[in-house]
Write a protein that binds this ligand. Sequence first.
Ligand code: IVH
Length: 723
Amino acid sequence: MYTKEEERELQQLTDKLLKELEGKTEEDFKKLSTEEARELAEKLRRVIRYHDYKYYVQANPVISDYQYDKLFHALEALEKAHPEVVTPDSPTQRISPAFTGEFQKVKHYAEMTSLENTYSPEDLKEWDRKVKELLGTDTVEYIVEPKFDGASVELVYKNDILVRGATRGDGIYGEDITVNIRTIKSIPLKAPFSKHGIELISIRGEVIMPKSVFKKLNEEREKQGLTLFANPRNAAAGTLRLKNPAEVAKRGLDCYVYQILYSEPKKLCTDIRTQKEALKLLAECGFKTPPIQKVCKNIEEVIETVLAAQEERETWDFEADGMVIKVNDICAWEKLGETLHHPRWAVAYKFPAKQAVTKLIDVVWQVGRTGALTPVAILEPVEVGGVIVSRATLFNPDFIKSKDIRIGDYVIVERAGETIPYIVGPVKDRRKGDEKPVEVPKHCPVCGAPIVKELDEAVPRCPNINCPAQLKEHLVYWGKVLDIKGLGESTANVLTKKGLVKSIADLYYLKREDLLKLSGWGLKKSENLLNQIEKSKSAPFWKKLTALGIRHVGEKTAQLLAKRFKNIEELMNADFTELASIPGIGPITATSIQNFFKAEQNVEMIKKLQEAGFKFERTQEEEQEEKLPKPLEGQRIVFTGELEHFTRKEAQHVVELLGANPTNSVTKKTSFVVVGENPGSKFQKAQKLGIKMLNEKEFIELLKRYADQNPEVKKILKEKGLL
Ligand code: IVH
């Protein structure tokens, strides 16, 4: 794609631009003439494209993320100052804001056929024999590539610009998903086909979700209680059809291209004579091409290659369901032609399916750390891709329902890449009639609490925070939020294992003698923990609400609640409308709060805590603080660098006391930035956006000015010798 000289030149240009742009803001860019702006924008785009290529296509970046961001933000600011120089192929234009949400039907430049499958070396030999016969030769050269398991797409470039991306659809017509395709960073928005004499080109590739990304996405979805994707293919295909390109951009899709479908002028078999050359041209134009593209002299070599790949495939970060074998000579393609649906010049060798059919004996429900109930299939043990499987996930109740899976059914089990075994669906033909539907439990299988299902969630949950399945994690969280030193992982483990704590409330009934019995627990350690637990009773109300671990109620929401309700009884009595009408609290959180208090176990635990002297009400300080003036109300303050007199947390706390909202990133809405020693990128960003900045001295002056209005602020300043 780039010659050595070009790389050197682009590297130099990068350094030069980084230097020149130091401290430049949108205001500075406004002073440029349109011509100057256009010239600078083009330079920035050239270097950004180069670094995108190094990062996303070659996975070999040559500048830091920080430097990249600097270039990117400069281009954004420049284009903002000069909208007249924005071009659709600019790297800033990957996300199209004006998308109406409808995908149009489009006709492909050439039919996107599918491949015939083969399953064994014998099948391949048979195919080889037919190819030779049709071509009337004894020797045929082949090329072997992975068969990517994703979503097939057509990409069209006109005069070097990506003008269309479409799904395969029925092979003749697909859906125009250009807005989503544009967000995939390994697909260039501009590619130098004209250098090769090509004006228009349609290429085929596969949009995939890397296994690593898939794993993270599903973990995240599980945490949020969303339906899991069954495999990376479904995740990639589902993502491509999202109606929100900004969301697609976040999903980490990738794309490999592997075929030139059509070009104007025609190049296949004239200039581009082999598939290997076609792939080389695509790579030169900045695309990611198959990481395996092995040219083989004969079918034996092909067989060796596919069998070796079969062994190796687990190590790839993309899912492949086989290998594709193509006749390397493109001119032979026309001679070989096609059958009704498949070309004769290519064939798929499918890896042995990591699938098996077995009987579903039962469904049990697992309770996760967040209380989520996951159905697990108990299977008659069966071998799947070399591993004996007796349990597999059924994802969630909606999956069971949509596939109509019943206990007693024969089911297909699959293992894909890194994923745990899962059920694909039932074999309905093998039903006898005595299969039983799967019931979602009404009560938690671990603690017996009634199960709840929250708004917009596919996952049923146990709402009982004392459920043993959740208790240990919750104790650690309780300790962290209420600052109970010594209540970490290992203590929580011991306390729950030894049965000393069966509910959070038990913490407040612990006796010294109980702790002394534990191995490794002396007088000092036991006393310390008890003192820390006792001390937590005086924590602010909002922290206590946070510590309850109500889903969707983190620190910020708990603060809102503690401002609105002065004790927990008021909160428990609040109805849905009242909760959902609090600014910053939506219907999902409101439902979650209500569900929490509906679970008897939670109410009991709160009562037990209260009986131990743990009050769920605003502390005096909180009451007073409510009444104090808020001179910095509505101000968004960002801190960067190290302050001499305050830790970051302390600084944020004082401004909060004065009503300000400390935030972590600099945006146009930031009111001012407090800059300490060795400031980070926020400093540059603030400079760029022209946001007011204070040094530590000025910051202290500001605090002093308001100290009389807030005794807590006064106290802090005095303690630090600043007053
Ligand atoms: S060549 C005429 N090469 O596998 C066939 N296809 O049915 C041209 N696929 O949906 C396709 N990796 O999208 C080719 N390296 C590869 C491929 C590949 C995946 C997909 C293709 C199609 C399916 C075959």
